[in-house]
Design a protein around this ligand. Structure first.
Ligand SMILES: Cc1cc2nc3c(=O)[nH]c(=O)nc-3n(C[C@H](O)[C@H](O)[C@H](O)COP(=O)(O)O)c2cc1C
Length: 204
């Protein structure tokens, strides 16, 4: 049985393209993988708070030396880490905001990336602890950032997410992009069809 974690990061509860994509993905995924479990976290509508000095201090305090207050401060981060560790497949709906990711997705990452927990520094350099999981990133952008478009170098959403996820050991990452949605829904419709193709291919 596969366990999927679904992250929605659009602050828009209605008419969100990435929410259309994640809903389509999970529906087709369940059809192709009956009995799978899907859990979800909505960091668009309920964004994790910005890190503050107390939480950062708790991150860097050894586990056994943490005060009760520090343990409380880590509760959300611990839950976010546990949700990812419990998943075999992670699906992230990521709207492009200002050429990068939405702020709710960024604060989720800030609660997920923890030294000694989801990555460590070793003699051989940084080591991610989340390997062995497949990640699908479903993006939507107003403009077109595909490989041959003139704006492709302005897309810092995909390189940022690939770098960050890879740093945590998540190097099996597939992007499916809805391009140019400011000009109409052709990009969304193509992305929905790409999702079906990917899931059919992987179920075969
Ligand atoms: C605050 C904000 C910033 C945006 N920045 C960009 C951008 O830099 N480039 C772009 O192509 N589209 C940009 N867009 C358009 C969104 O990427 C597009 O509307 C997409 O559908 C958002 O995903 P959602 O519909 O799931 O919320 C922006 C939209 C918002 C609300």
């Amino acid at each position: 049985m596969t366990s999927m974690l679904l992250i929605n990061a659009s602050p828009n509860p209605e008419s969100s393209v990435t929410r259309d994509m994640t809903a389509h993905f999970s529906k087709l995924w369940l059809q192709a993988n009956p009995g799978s479990e899907i859990s979800s976290r909505d960091v668009g509508l309920n964004p994790p708070p910005h890190l503050d000095q107390g939480t950062i201090g708790a991150y860097y305090t050894p586990h056994d030396a943490r005060t009760d207050d520090q343990k409380d401060q880590l509760e959300l981060s611990d839950t976010i880490v546990e949700e990812v560790m419990d998943a075999d497949v992670i699906v992230i709906g990521s709207p492009m905001h200002n050429f990068g990711i939405s702020s709710g997705l960024k604060t989720w990452i800030d609660h997920l990336a923890r030294v000694g927990v989801t990555f460590s520094y070793t003699e051989n350099g940084p080591q991610g602890h989340l390997s062995g999981r497949k990640v699908y990133v479903l993006t939507a952008r107003g403009g077109n950032y595909s490989k041959d478009s003139p704006a492709t170098n302005m897309n810092i959403q995909e390189p940022y997410l690939r770098t960050l996820l890879g740093f945590l050991g998540l190097d099996d990452v597939q992007f499916i992009n809805a391009e140019g949605v400011a000009g109409g829904m052709d990009g969304r419709d193509k992305a929905l069809s790409d999702i079906a193709t990917v899931i059919t291919r992987e179920a075969a």
